[in-house]
Design a protein around this ligand. Structure first.
Ligand code: PLP
Length: 378
């Protein structure tokens, strides 16, 4: 059977193999495995790309979120608002730090934090909000920033899935997603839009004081060597990963364009299929399709998924099957089934198709024809 990969890291590597191998070889020769010059070079290049003053790299995206919350001085008892339809990392670090996670529903079109639910969840204890730019599309940052200002909340953008996406404000200003809140956090996990060849993450901010705090927290709470001012963590991007990212960053825009082109192909193929709701693209953001996620309409998802995977060799994973407030680890008497109807509907009806930078027309044709033939026979 013709097996289609969900993500084609090998094909992408083949395109830049010479440069990547040279970059890795350079680090091997230098032996500067930790904090080599490639790390600060990458931080500067990413800061320029995002148009932010400060970028600090760290070990992964989950650490980036944790470091952001520590650097902002959030304390046990502080409430942090985040959507219930996302990857677990956000609530995980909130819980680890002894903060109180407050989950809210998402917008049915963009799958990002619902503005009304966010507003309703604010209490005198609320200190921060973590909008997630899910699947490659920006959360609606303008009202989020306005509400945060009114209630004096920190905004921590989880930008692990939308590095390179733009957001447009009503006055026409365009900013890179992740550069809008007080701090942005991202991941360079291999399958992300900008992936390294292991683990990696970064934080961005325009606030110099906060940037200094972030650097210190990520480095054992230290500013002067061996003087520890507060409890920190050890979280670094290693030099080999930074060297790889230096090669890949200049390709990020073209990678995102390729993802968008694949999404365009899917969209037009599925436009007249009443069983599929294709991704809705907000006019405020340019969707960069970390995932291509369909909402099924009156379809038995399990049967459809096993048809694609088992009969056609097309991966069709579910991001995400369980809302955060219904995960075993995060169950909470404050929440019950039915509290977040959009999140719960999405968890029951979404399905994602292969999305990566190396999808060629032959694959897209096979995938879309296979999908559509399921509905023509039923
Ligand atoms: C991948 C991801 C993270 C975590 O990144 P890691 O590098 O795997 O720790 C956090 N948030 C979201 C939305 C993600 O997709």
């Amino acid at each position: 059977m013709n097996m289609i990969p969900m993500v084609d890291l090998k094909g992408q590597y083949e395109q830049i193999k010479t440069e990547i191998n040279q970059a890795i070889q350079g680090v091997l020769e230098s032996t500067a495995y930790i904090n080599g010059p490639e790390v600060s070079q990458f931080q500067a290049a990413l800061a320029q790309y995002l148009n932010v003053n400060h970028v600090t790299t760290c070990a992964n995206g989950t650490d980036a979120l944790q470091i952001a919350m520590m650097a902002l001085g959030l304390k046990p008892g502080d409430e942090v608002i985040t959507p219930s339809f996302t990857f677990v990392a956000t609530v995980e670090v909130i819980a680890l730090l002894g903060l109180t996670p407050v989950v809210v529903d998402v917008n049915p079109d963009t799958f990002t934090i619902d503005i009304e639910s966010f507003k309703r969840a604010i209490t005198p204890k609320t200190k921060a909000v973590v909008p997630v730019h899910l699947f490659g599309q920006a959360a609606d940052m303008e009202p989020i920033m306005n509400i945060a200002k009114e209630y004096n909340l920190f905004v921590i953008e989880d930008n692990a899935q939308a590095l390179g996406a733009d957001y447009r404000f009503s006055d026409g200003t365009v900013k890179k997603v992740g550069s809008i809140g007080h701090v942005g956090a991202t991941s360079f996990f291999p399958s992300k839009n900008l992936g390294c060849y292991g683990d990696g993450g970064a934080l961005f901010t325009n606030d110099s004081q906060l940037a200094a705090q972030i650097k210190s927290v990520a480095n054992h709470g230290m500013t002067v060597r061996y003087y520890h001012d507060h409890v920190g963590v050890n979280s670094r991007l290693d030099t080999i990963q930074a060297a790889i990212l230096n090669v890949k960053l200049p390709h990020l825009d073209s990678y995102n364009t390729k993802r968008r082109q694949a999404a365009d192909y899917y969209d037009s193929a599925f436009a007249n299929c009443k069983y599929l709701q294709t991704p809705i693209r907000s006019s405020l953001s340019n969707h960069i399709f970390h995932q291509y996620t369909l909402v099924l309409k009156g379809v038995d998802r399990k049967a459809f998924q096993s048809y694609l995977q088992d009969e056609k060799g097309i991966p069709a994973p579910i991001y995400y099957p369980v809302p955060l407030h219904m995960q075993k680890a995060y169950q909470d008497s404050r929440y019950k089934a039915g509290d977040f109807p959009v999140t719960e509907m999405l968890c029951e009806s979404v399905i994602s198709l292969p999305m990566h930078t190396e999808l060629i027309e032959k694959d897209l044709k096979y995938i879309t024809e296979s999908v559509l033939s399921y509905f023509s026979k039923s």
